[in-house]
Design a protein around this ligand. Structure first.
Ligand SMILES: Cc1cc2nc3c(=O)[nH]c(=O)nc-3n(C[C@H](O)[C@H](O)[C@H](O)COP(=O)(O)OP(=O)(O)OC[C@H]3O[C@@H](n4cnc5c(N)ncnc54)[C@H](O)[C@@H]3O)c2cc1C
Length: 408
């Protein structure tokens, strides 16, 4: 029987990973018909449009991991991409600053890791810190030269345009509600009742990636636990306190980098994000609660194992979320001159963090495949930095699957 396909590849999700994947497919296999389905009315409305806008160097990540390989390469490619397409960006470099003696061994370990990942770093004492950042205080720091900033929303919009110019279609307001697979056909139905049939499907649904995998009949073996990151902005007359990017030494128990100071591409200085549990997958404030999603999280064994293991850290984060004074006290460790009234609330973001049943926070990017499908199950920071190599990796997997299907 001849099957009428609407396209070759359906991509669910118009964030930077889905759009980079569509772009990479059209570059690797011109003529492949790709349709991207995005539930919102435009691209980059979730993680991609709500982040720190940092082009990460790759210093933090375990050598050999997807994160290390894709961030180092991705950072260089992101700078080139922005330059080629005239998108706002700057390579500013950044400081990672130890403010307590207990952090010094971890700072030295980062120097080592940077070298293993091929990233040049410079070690600084207190006086040298103030040469870079006069208002920042610390016991020691490292300067990483290849870190930068850009506007990932603008990058996503350009990727969408490039994919469309190459013959792909990007459809907004197209929420995928069901996914079915029969033989060599993958079919989805959208909230509007539209049905689309394809040879392959790519799941880049970010905060909903585990749900899409389950809808497709695949067991993802993980669950997305949403962690909100809240930001403040420095008042306009205080932005001169920060020249570039200043990070604390991260806690290795968590895949989050700690509250940092980032001068964005538009000159505003963001302070954040923290990491508090979100009460909905798209829960951008404490008032947004989705009882069904919350119940799904709290009944998941992995979530209560995290709570049991990390309750002390979590309680501190929640306290700093609810009290601006507590938040300011934490920021003062790096920036002693900052006052509570200098901090103006700014839009938050929610991280799609994959958690295993045993409570392990998945650290690396996580991909899974089943016949006709590729799922991107964990693409947290630095996935925006690494989005060009990630897109190529997903494209390679889906095109290999298509080829196998054609030979069968
Ligand atoms: C607070 C915060 C700070 C960060 N800072 C940085 C940083 O400085 N540098 C960096 O490199 N990374 C950073 N990240 C990480 C980075 O933003 C993400 O890794 C990246 O944006 C992930 O892109 P994505 O396309 O996978 O997800 P998303 O951008 O979330 O896109 C997923 C898309 O899927 C759509 N979707 C979901 N379900 C459906 C459905 N059923 N049907 C149709 N569409 C659907 C959603 O609407 C969404 O648009 C940060 C993230 C956060 C939250």
């Amino acid at each position: 029987m001849r099957v009428a396909y609407d396209c070759d590849v359906l991509v669910i999700g118009g964030g930077i990973v889905g759009l980079s994947t569509a772009y990479a497919i059209t570059r690797a296999a011109p003529g492949t018909r790709v349709v991207v389905l995005e539930k919102e009315s435009g691209p980059a409305r979730h993680q991609t449009g709500r982040n720190s806008g940092v082009i990460h160097s790759g210093i933090y990540y375990r050598p050999g991991s997807f994160k290390a390989r894709f961030a180092v390469r991705g950072a260089a490619e992101m700078v080139e991409f922005c330059a080629e397409h005239d998108l706002p960006h700057a390579v500013t470099g950044k400081l990672i600053v130890a403010t307590e003696r207990a952090e010094l061994p971890r700072l030295h370990a980062l120097v080592q890791r940077g070298r293993e990942n091929g990233i040049p770093v410079r070690e600084l004492g207190p006086a040298q810190i103030t040469e870079y950042e006069p208002a920042v205080r610390g016991l020691a720091a490292i300067h990483v030269g290849t870190t930068g900033v850009c506007d990932y929303g603008a990058v996503a919009r350009r990727l969408a345009r490039l994919a469309e110019d190459a013959g792909s279609s990007v459809r907004y307001g197209a929420e995928v509600r069901t996914v079915g697979r029969r033989g060599a056909v993958v079919a989805v139905r959208t909230a509007r009742g539209e049905v689309l049939r394809a040879r392959a499907l790519v799941n880049c649904a970010g905060l909903h990636s585990d749900r899409i995998a389950r809808l497709a009949g695949d067991d993802p073996g993980m669950r997305i636990v949403p962690f909100r990151g809240e930001y403040f902005e420095l008042a306009a007359d205080r932005t001169d306190l920060v020249r570039g990017l200043v990070y604390p030494v991260p806690d290795p128990a968590f895949p989050f980098l700690g509250v940092h100071l980032t001068r964005g591409i538009d000159g505003t200085v963001h302070v954040g994000p923290n990491a508090v549990p979100a009460l909905a997958r798209e829960g951008y404030d404490w008032g947004t609660v989705r009882p069904g999603e919350l119940a799904g999280t709290v009944t998941y064994p992995g979530a209560w194992r995290i709570a049991r293991r990390h309750w002390r850290y979590g309680a501190g984060e929640v306290r700093r979320s609810l009290s601006r004074t507590a938040f300011t006290t934490a920021v003062r460790r790096l920036l002693p001159e900052v006052r509570a009234e200098d901090l103006i609330p700014a839009p938050s973001g929610v991280r799609a963090q994959a958690v295993l049943r045993d409570g392990t926070l998945v650290d690396d990017f996580l991909f899974a495949e089943s016949p006709g499908m590729v799922h991107v199950l964990n693409a947290p920071s630095p996935a925006a930095t690494a989005s060009l190599p990630i897109g190529r990796e997903v494209a390679r997997r889906v095109l290999a699957g298509l080829e196998k299907g054609l030979r069968a």
